[in-house]
Design a protein around this ligand. Sequence first.
Ligand code: NAD
Length: 481
Amino acid sequence: MARTISEAQIREVVSQVLNNVQSAPEASFDSTQYAGRKFIGIFNDMNDAIAAASEGYKAVRAMSVEEREKIITEIRRLTREEAHIMAKIGVKETGMGRVDHKKAKHILVADKTPGTEDITSFAKTGDNGLTLVEMAPFGVVGSITPSTNPSETVICNSIGMIAAGNGVVFNPHPNAIATSNYAIDLVNRASKAMGGPEILVCSMKKPTLESASIMQSHPAIRLLVCTGGPGVVRAVLSSGKKAIGAGAGNPPVIVDDTADIKKAAKDIIDGCTFDNNLPCIAEKEVFAFRNIADELISNMLKNGAYLIDSAQASRLADIVLVEVTDKKGNKKKTVNRECVGRDAAVILSKIGVQVSGDIRCIICETDFMHPFVQEELMMPILPIVRVDNIDEAIDLAVKAEHGNRHTAHMHSKNVDNLSRFAKAVETTIFVKNAPSYAGIGFGGEGHATFTIAGPTGEGITSARSFTRQRRCVLSENFRII
Ligand code: NAD
């Protein structure tokens, strides 16, 4: 006798199959394909990649704004749909960050990165006629991207750069090349699906410093956009080309005695542990008024923090910071890549402390000169320095930011204190009474970016940052009044 299957049973089976598909082991890290799908736009040679990106640029130039926007809409759709895949490959390939948070970062990029609406023109009329200012593309942009937000940065930059009418060639971080190239292929798939060129953006199979250097000196590259640490930002700024530099930060947080301490503790731990502290905007050190520090720490402990003592902090410092010798033979401390973006439990286990997965942040009390305060660790370790008053808090927080002018945070209800710190620290992003990620549009107003250009001044980059102004003057005519 034939058995009938109800609609509910079919749904159940389909859902189980989908779940299995989603949790299937990832294909091994290959910068040219994913699960048998060959990536589009990946080259062995930077010169070939630039030639292909130049063709992509010609195709974009020939498109209407509406056609560009259709491709961007498809990039957004695919990004939402494949966010979990990129999040999983990103964590597996780099060993850094958290899948759920990386997924949220991709959705943020899809939803809040401005598109062509960001490009506006300007007209000036007067006795002498009309002058029109339009925002034009540069041409082919060379983009260097980090390992900390690899596919997020590729997609965010691609949306803005394509919206502005540019072609793009990427030299992604070698440690995140499979993840980055997945995103580059996604952009090309979106282009092809919407009738655009098959290769709109390009990348390298094996990016190196040499391929970055070819990119920096190639005549077809009209704009360099570099998202990364101080070394690479210095390199592109000395290239002789127009460059946008999005560099390192070391965001301090001040908590004064007017703050809602419970909320401040939760916000700081939420921000500091987002993607295991990889975002450059994430809270890196706290300056807490002495009279509320105990309450702040006890509320942090209720929100997934684990307090270590000063002896444990010293042992941990010897593990998470390692001594290296630079090219000039000078010895200096640098972060241990094996610890960057790792879970708090993994880092604690290195000093013999075993904790459950509920622990998401390691906190400790330190003095100002402690390396946890001074170095940009990019891991869920948060030093807390007690201060006597707002003068001391601002003085130390500004020093800890090291003049990066990147990001700073404050929890306070005292408008004078908030304004004083904002003015003194001069950062591109200043977040008041919220987790750090509110500063890039996650639970805060304003658009999202993963390229925050402090050193060169574009700030929270968007499509218009990747344009150049052009003026057209018509003398004595075209006024309608
Ligand atoms: P990184 O500096 O190690 O690498 C960034 C990129 O630069 C990579 O693609 C790398 O291969 C390349 N590179 C490094 N030195 C180079 C050189 N001399 N010439 C050419 N290319 C070079 O960065 P990372 O560790 O992946 O990222 C973390 C750093 O980036 C942190 O300092 C973080 O604050 C910063 N960051 C800043 C932003 C921002 O928007 N301001 C965003 C993300 C990361």
